[in-house]
Design a protein around this ligand. Sequence first.
Ligand SMILES: [Zn+2]
Length: 488
Amino acid sequence: MKSQITCWFLCFVLCFAGLLIVGCQASPPVLPTRAETAVSSIPGSDPSQASAPATPVTATATSEPPAGPPNIVLIVIDSLRADHVSAYGYGRATTTNLDTLIAADGMRFEHAISSASWTCPANAAIMSGIIPSRLESSWATVGDALPRRIDTLAEYLQDGGYYTAGFITNTCISRNHGFAQGFDVYNQDFLRREDVDAYNQVDAAEINALVLSWLTDEWQGTRKANKPLFLFVYYMDPHVVYAPPAPYDTLYDPTYDGPFTSEGFDVGQDVVAGLVSPSERDIEHIQALYDGEITYWDSQFAWFITGLENLGLRHNTLFIVTADHGELFGEHNKWVHGTALYEELIRVPLLMWYPGVIPSGTSETPVQTFDLMPTILDLADLPSPQDVDAVSLSPLFRGETLPARTIYSEVDAAPSTDHWSAWIAPDTDLRSVEREGWKLIYHVGSPAEDELYQLETTSLYERDNQIQAEAARAEQLRQEGMVWFARE
Ligand SMILES: [Zn+2]
């Protein structure tokens, strides 16, 4: 239970919710316990497993060609960085069920980059196929993060004959922020729970129970006029605060006795500001808690998939699992997310499972998460919109290659020093431009701070700033980025 949420965090949440909160009180809110939702009536669910690692169920992939348009299940996990997923080679077995049920028979994109390093613009890009700059989606515009003028993935699917249902747990992607466009059902009931910290207190067990109940009670009987289903489910477990339920809270680091426990000091504003500096040992533990959150989510994922299978939603269904962005644990002296554009923050898992259409294996091709928009439309045999920045990944499924491309990401500075986002946003607008293994991070209006890295195949990370030695290369990438981010 997360009993020690800090003041900043509540402010952050409430500001996102559009509430005008001027000051926070010192006393923490009362927070719910984990996994209390009754799930015994849910197909495939087993409440006795809600707090214990689940046994992976058997994958059901076949190579039979599917018939008719697929059902589509899009799962986005907030703050999940790629290199903490065991399917991506992580040393801890954090996601054994995801690895078995999706990755083993699906396509794993080794080099998937988010268009932004925090929730609102990253998700807006996924849903639109358009870069945040063109959407004007930034810290200053969370209320219109996915502008109504934009034709979204859900709208295209709905127009193409799909029944569209979204279940979300983050205020950032709420109806008020434009994300319900195109959804027949957009359930954001958890955001109204008075005692909930909307940022992290909705657990996978709870959202799964809600989704499976809806599928059973509202969807199963009619199949909504036999339309194919687009199901969007959004999880918050790895997002700060890192406080997995037992036994996941001690799964990876049972002997720690420092202050950064799941019921102790949160990784919050003081850490971001450098006022509190976790030791190496503290950071180990913080990551162990984060990994516990991931493993907790994964345990619930097994039961979720079983529930879908029992409802007939495993057959002829396209499954996609990705994240909006990653997370930093003090690398580059940065924390959490929205603070920078380093690989830890923008390289995310991207797994696609659709036997008979998507071959199993690993793709090394650099892709972006917003490519999902035209890719999903392709797989649904619907026309792709022309005016998007993303490209369809479908050629990769046919063994073809994509044209060489540059990979971009962005995060803005806070609009003013007294804006609610000022504690976390970078000092200047940041843009990243990556091509052929070279990555420029440029600081808009502050070129002296620009960074250039050669991303090594053996390391995901930026280690050696070569901006001086490779000035011409950096300038070339900068010019490319300035053109791209000025697109209208
Ligand atoms: Zn996020």
